[in-house]
Each structure stands twice: as structure tokens, then as C-alpha cells.
Design a protein around this ligand. Sequence first.
Ligand SMILES: *Cc1c(COP(=O)(O)O)cnc(C)c1O
Length: 398
Amino acid sequence: MKDFTQCVVTPDVNVDGFEALGVATHRASTIVFKNAEAYATRGQRGHDGYTYGLYGTPTTRTLEAKLTALEQGLRTFLVPSGQAANAIAALPFLKSGDKILIADTAYPPMRDFANQDLARFGVEVAYYDPVSIEDLTTKIDDRTKLVWCESPGSTTMEIQDLPAIADVAHRHGALVGCDNTWATPLNYKPLALGADIVTEALTKYVSGHSDLLMGSITVRSDDLITPIRATLGRFGIGVSPDDASLVLRGMETLGIRLKHAADVALVLIEWIERHPLVERVLFPTLPGTQGHEIWKRDFLGTSGVFSVVLVSDAVPHAAAALDVLKTIAIGASWGGTRSLIAPMPVRQNRTATEWKQDDLVLRISVGLEDPADLQADMEAFFAEILRRTGQAKLVRAS
Ligand SMILES: *Cc1c(COP(=O)(O)O)cnc(C)c1O
């Protein structure tokens, strides 16, 4: 073999006995075949076979297998973001004349995708009250092909009765999809509770370090595999094995990170809840809050993301008061090692339900800092609001 050729040909090296715990990062576009027959019949390799980098490498398949096991599903697909997961979970199952029913509290870009793209393709887009089986029953019809859920709802944390929703949907021949980003597959198993498709923004808790974007789609039955896989192929959507390897690494500490964030969130909330500037805390784990009983029935644990509704007089000063924070960073997304806070508007993202409180909810994601620093930050934040209102203290209405 001449030198130039030697430079591009990969020699066989011994890999026997190399039993590493970490997963290798396999980069590939091209997959080569032993002979012409193997190439000609590559289409018969099935979902587990390898034919082209876009359709998977051992690295991405390893992550998919881990997620499939945790979700108690049949197969998982990786996509470049959590929002891509939501869009691709819906797209293959809808055509012109069909209808999609979306929980009014779904992640806002999912609403946008439905309102802009699905509607443009002739799909009727409708929203239902996430906590009203009656509203869903009124709105569902035989044209409805997908009922979209997210529990708890984005920002306002409404818990849905997934088994009851799935029951209604399946009676009308509709699929049920569920965005499981808040709970992660450790704390909620939508496929075991009646959903057909579950999506995750791996960007958040699963990868856990705020340094990449990825999403997953897991299905529970065989007939859903080919439509999703074919759509991904036609759109040319796949993920980088390097990013998949970072998710695999982050995922090893998911259980511990999530548990820590949840424990600290509960301690912080106990204190925040009693603060006179706080109207209420939205967190399904709190007894007496909406959906708490369903949360107890269906969820296996909690997460470290919660929302705070301030008293009305505090609302105009909340955004500016965030500037005093030293440890908690201002930012959207969540589930990383750094605690984050974001002022979220609600009303613009609700059409089937009415948000009666002030149109600003503070969403907080607890990270891995020392809890004392987080509490000190929140104390400084509340003190700054009081300073800005010029009042020594504010009292809540209820
Ligand atoms: C962040 C988020 C997504 C989108 O994830 P990206 O990876 O940022 O696209 C989807 N659903 C929920 C509930 C989210 O919080």
C-alpha cells in the first residue's frame, strides 16, 4: 500500500478486552459494506442496522436505548432540540383536514409550530383546557388525530390527568403525545399511563449542563416507528454523535442532580411561599395546589423547576429587581447546574383558558449551588422590590 493510501485507510487494531465504561463517540456519514450484495440489500437491515450516519451510529443508538428503557417504550429517535422533538412527533401523523388538540399550557413554540405550519398545511389547530376532561370531550371529534399534552404545563404547572385524556383520545382514534421535559423519564412515565408518544428536551435535565441542544421522541408501538423514521430521513434530521456522547455523560448523574434540585427547591419554596411579596408558588408537589392528587398518583418524584406568582404591587418592579441577583442567573431554559430565573408572560400563550393573575410569572430552576446562596439571592431580590415600591412591606390579597 502506498503512503497516500495508507493515510486514508483505517487499519484493524485489537479491541478485544477493551471494556471501557464510557461510550465511544462514533462519527460517520458513510457506512461501508463488505460486498456489493450487502450494499444492494442495505434497506433490509431493519431499524437496528446501520446504513448511513444520518440514521444512527452506535453512540446515538446507545443513548436511544437508554431512553427507550427509561420511558418504557419501544423505540427512541434523537433530534436536534426539544422543540424539534415536539414538531416531529406531530408532523407524520397529520394531514390536511385532520385536527390536533393541544393543551393550552403547552410549551409556546409548540403552539407556534401548530398555528403557523400545521395550519398552513390544512390541519385544524385547537386548544383545550389542560385540566378539564369535559372541555377535551367537547372539542374532540373523529377528525382529531393527535391530542398533545404537557404535564405539568409550561410555566403555570397545571397537572393533567393523562390516563383519562388517553381514554378519551383513543376512543376517538386519536394518538396521544406528551412533552415530558419537566419530570424527565425518571419521574413520569407517560407511555405507561396511556400516551403513545413521549418527547423530552434532553437540553434540560437529561444532559444537565446547559451546553447543548437535543430532543428525543419515544414511541410505544411498532406502527409509529416507520412514520417518524421516514419523516426524519426525508427532512434530513439527525444529531451529532459528539453531542449524543455529552448527553450520555450528563445522564449518568441525572438521578442525583434531579434529586438534589428537587430537595433544594422544596426547602426554598417553603420559605418563598411565606414571603409577603408572594401570592403563591406554582409547584404540583405542594399539597393543596391544583393537580397535587394526580401528581401523587402518577409521578415518581419532583423536579427543581417551579414558578412564583407575586402580589400585584410587586409585579411592575420584579423584572428590574432581578438585577441584584448574584448567584441565580437570568435566563430561559433550565435543568443545568446553575440556578436560573426568568420572568415569563402567560396571557399571550393562552387561548382556551383564562389567566386571571398578573401577567408575569417568575420561573425558577434550582441548580447545584449551595442553597444558602440561593436563599440570600432571593432575599436580596425581594428587598429590592420593596425598596423600589417605596414601601416597608406589601400584603397579599389572599
Ligand atoms: C425547553 C423546552 C422544550 C424545548 O427544548 P429545546 O431543546 O430548547 O428546543 C420543549 N418543551 C419544554 C417543556 C421545554 O421546557
